[in-house]
Design a protein around this ligand. Structure first.
Ligand SMILES: Cc1cc2nc3c(=O)[nH]c(=O)nc-3n(C[C@H](O)[C@H](O)[C@H](O)COP(=O)(O)OP(=O)(O)OC[C@H]3O[C@@H](n4cnc5c(N)ncnc54)[C@H](O)[C@@H]3O)c2cc1C
Length: 488
């Protein structure tokens, strides 16, 4: 069945699709939003929000280890009731999902449940070859991504979990392997360990949580190793252990010589854009070896077609705020008389481990790849930072990277207490193109963790050329630390 032509059509009711919808609704009523599968967005259902709910519970329980040192007794009597933790998680999660669902529910007939497939740059068919065909002047693709789960592991049954299924479990463990220690694996492995599970983490790369600075990575590794056993080596393989009566008593994880037997395996080896069955081949543009069409990240336009690709499906920066920005840009351009370029924000990626890890601006790896750049690194080790010691959060490192010629702050990597907040401060500074000298001229209160940032900036300032940068000879900006941790 064919329908009358629309101004635009959005595929995917996730964060990118809903951000596009907000712009589309300001401009036309002649649109539809097509979504396959559960509503409520990946972020609220199985992503950012449930993972943070688990982490908050885990860190609250973990605090008991610090209470004795503060002089507070009785912590030995505390216990984590994992089923209750998971029930609370789902209760709040459902609330977040309901908020997102209200938006699509309010669309009435313009919200269509079904699987969409392109028939060309201005045509979409929903629910198979006999389904309804929609014509639209422009199309916004926001189909998101799915956890990668190798078919041979999927066949091992319901002991193999991904973030799509983890939060639905009534309980877990007691032994669990987390395979993949990128941002998602790191966050969840630590949270599960802090809730009392026996966790073994596996990764093929030394780099944890998306970091690229060796010193910061070591700091994160040390912090995580206090909570669970980390193993880096050859790609893990999984093998079921029969229970003798036709069932399974556990899963054996093998990586090189390393073996562990667990009750559950959380597979966190990345996410794949949901592009395979979208009909991109009908657009008449060349797809790369991953099936990705050419997309301009400042317009979200595919080649010069009236088709836009936004969110995790694009895989440019698979983060919530980036998905929302991309949807916003796509929503505006899909209905604009002429396509406009929008400047993208300073990169900011945070891992909610404890200590938080983050990459802000350009990573060390990206900066080191620029052969014409003379880089200065300023550093602080939080082991001796006064406020961090007061709260027993004295672990971690912050490295800031500046251009030696201009003194401009270009990037930072950290594994630091309250790192999520330091990361935002640094992102604002990099976004404003501030120099180390300009930052040092700003106020720092006492005693705060931000004084750690000042220490790193002072370290960088000492390595800059005062004649060519805005670092002042003034004590205000360039003085050495006083040398007493309670005052620095
Ligand atoms: C465990 C976890 C933790 C995370 N934590 C954070 C965090 O702390 N901070 C952060 O910034 N980001 C985080 N993220 C990433 C963040 O959740 C994503 O970047 C964001 O949700 C992507 O939104 P999206 O709109 O691109 O995709 P989605 O929200 O997945 O939406 C895509 C929608 O399109 C539908 N769809 C797909 N194909 C079709 C089709 N052919 N037809 C119709 N509909 C289709 C899908 O079913 C889905 O409903 C996390 C992710 C995970 C998994």
């Amino acid at each position: 069945m064919d329908t009358p032509s629309l101004d635009t059509l959005i595929i995917g009711a996730g964060s990118a699709g809903l951000a596009a919808l907000r712009e589309v609704r300001k401009r036309t009523e002649r649109f539809v939003l097509i979504n396959d599968g559960p509503y409520g967005t990946t972020c609220a259902r199985v992503g950012c929000m449930p993972s943070k709910l688990l982490i908050e519970a885990a860190n609250a329980y973990h605090q008991r280890h610090t209470l004795g040192e503060f002089g507070i007794t009785g912590a030995d009597g505390l216990a984590a009731d994992l089923p209750a933790v998971l029930r609370r998680l789902r209760r709040l999660r459902d609330d977040f999902v309901a908020g997102a669902r209200q938006i699509t529910d309010a669309l009435g007939a313009r919200s269509i449940a079904g699987r969409a497939r392109l028939l060309g740059p201005q045509q979409v068919q929903v629910n198979g070859t006999s389904g309804t065909i929609y014509h639209a002047k422009s199309i916004i693709l926001a189909p998101g991504s799915k956890p990668v789960l190798p078919p041979e592991w999927r066949a091992l049954g319901d002991r193999i979990l991904t973030t799509d299924t983890l939060f639905e479990q009534a309980t877990l463990g007691p032994r669990i392997a987390v395979i993949g220690l990128g941002p998602v694996g790191v966050e969840l492995a630590q949270a599960l360990a802090r809730l009392g599970l026996q966790v073994t983490g596996y990764a093929t790369s030394e780099w944890l949580g998306g970091l690229s600075d060796p010193a910061v990575n070591t700091s994160l590794h040390e912090a995580l190793a206090r909570d669970f056993s980390l193993h880096t080596g050859p790609a893990a393989t999984l093998h079921t252990i029969p229970d003798g009566s036709g069932g399974i008593s556990g899963i054996e994880v093998r990586s090189g010589e390393h073996r562990s037997v667990v009750d559950h395996v959380l597979v966190a080896i990345g996410r794949r854009p949901q592009l395979a069955c979208l009909g991109l081949d009908t657009l008449g543009v060349a797809l790369d070896d991953k099936g990705m069409p050419p997309v301009n990240p400042q317009t979200m336009q595919i080649a010069n077609l009236p088709v836009y690709l936004a969110g995790d499906a694009h895989n440019h920066r698979p983060l919530l705020h980036e998905a929302a920005d991309e949807g916003h840009i796509a929503g505006m351009n899909a209905l604009a008389p002429a396509t406009r370029c929008y400047q993208r924000r300073t990169p900011l990626a945070i891992v909610f481990s404890d200590p938080n890890a983050a990459v802000i601006g350009q990573s060390l790896r990206a900066l080191q790849a620029q052969s014409d750049l003379v880089l200065v690194t300023g550093s602080i080790d939080f082991a001796r930072q006064g406020r961090a010691r007061a709260s027993q959060h004295h672990h971690g490192r912050l490295n800031v990277y500046a251009d030696q010629t201009s003194g401009r702050l270009l990037g930072a990597e950290l594994c630091a207490p309250a790192g999520e907040h330091l990361a935002h401060l640094l992102a604002l500074a990099i976004d404003q193109q501030l120099t180390v000298g300009q930052l040092l001229g700003m106020p720092f209160y006492h005693p705060v963790l931000e004084e750690g940032l000042r220490t790193a900036l002072r370290d960088a300032a000492r390595q800059l050329d005062p004649a060519r940068t805005s670092v002042q000879a003034s004590d205000l900006a360039t003085c050495d630390a006083i040398g007493a941790e309670a005052l620095d």
